[in-house]
Design a protein around this ligand. Structure first.
Ligand SMILES: *[C@@H]1O[C@H](CO)[C@@H](O)[C@H](O)[C@H]1NC(C)=O
Ligand SMILES: *[C@@H]1O[C@H](CO)[C@@H](O)[C@H](O)[C@H]1NC(C)=O
Length: 171
C-alpha cells in the first residue's frame, strides 16, 4: 500500500475503534411499554446487561407517574418518606448509570411501587482487560429486580481493530 494512504487508513481505524470503545448504550425502560403499571421490570432488567455510562430513559405520562432514584431499603419498603436520592418527573427522564453499583428506582405515586413499578439494575464496570468475569447474580426472589452482572467485552473488539491496524502498518 502506498504510504500516503497508510496514515489516513490508520487514523480511520483508530477513530473507529475509539468510537467502539467508548460507546454507551441507551435503554428505554420497559421498551415500548415505557414506565407504567403492568410491566414486569424484573424481567425487563434481566434481559439487559448494563455497563457504566449506559443511559436509562423513562418514558411515561407526566403527572400520572414519576421516577425516584432511591436506596435499596426504600426500594424494598416502597416508603419514600426517606431514602430518596433523586427525583425525576419530566415524563422523559434520562438517567446515566455513572457508577458500577446498583441503582434502585420506584414510582412514587400512591400504590404504584407496591404494584410493581420499581426496578433495580446492577451496573458493571466498563470492560477493561483485567475485569474479572462477574459472578452470575440471578435473583429468584420475586420482589427483587436486580439485573445480572456482566462485563461487556468491547475491549476485545477494540484490541482486534488495533492489532489489525498494526498488522496493516507492518506490511
Ligand atoms: C448478557 O450477558 C450474558 C452473559 O455474558 C449473555 O449470555 C447475554 O446474552 C447478555 N445479554 C444481552 C442482552 O446482551
Ligand atoms: C415510612 O417511614 C417513616 C420514617 O422514615 C415512618 O415514619 C412512616 O411511618 C413510614 N410509613 C409507613 C407506611 O411505614
Amino acid at each position: 500500500m502506498a504510504s500516503s494512504l497508510l496514515a489516513p487508513a490508520i487514523l480511520f481505524f483508530l477513530s473507529l475503534s475509539a468510537e467502539i470503545c467508548v460507546r454507551a448504550t441507551e435503554y428505554t425502560v420497559g421498551d415500548g411499554d415505557g414506565w407504567d403499571t403492568g410491566t414486569n421490570y424484573l424481567r425487563w432488567s434481566q434481559n439487559h446487561n448494563f455497563t457504566v455510562g449506559d443511559v436509562l430513559v423513562f418514558n411515561y405520562v407526566r403527572v400520572l407517574h414519576n421516577v425516584y432514584q432511591v436506596t435499596e431499603e426504600t426500594y424494598r419498603s416502597c416508603n419514600w418518606s426517606s431514602g430518596v436520592i433523586k427525583m425525576y418527573d419530566s415524563g422523559s427522564d434520562q438517567v446515566t448509570l455513572a457508577e458500577a453499583t446498583s441503582f434502585w428506582f420506584i414510582c412514587a405515586v400512591e400504590g404504584h411501587c407496591q404494584g410493581g413499578m420499581r426496578m433495580g439494575v446492577k451496573v458493571a464496570a466498563s470492560g477493561g482487560g483485567a475485569a474479572a468475569p462477574a459472578p452470575e447474580e440471578r435473583s429468584n426472589d420475586a420482589g427483587d429486580a436486580v439485573g445480572r452482572v456482566v462485563v461487556r467485552r468491547w475491549w476485545v473488539v477494540c484490541w482486534s481493530v488495533l492489532l489489525m491496524v498494526w498488522g496493516l502498518r507492518a506490511t
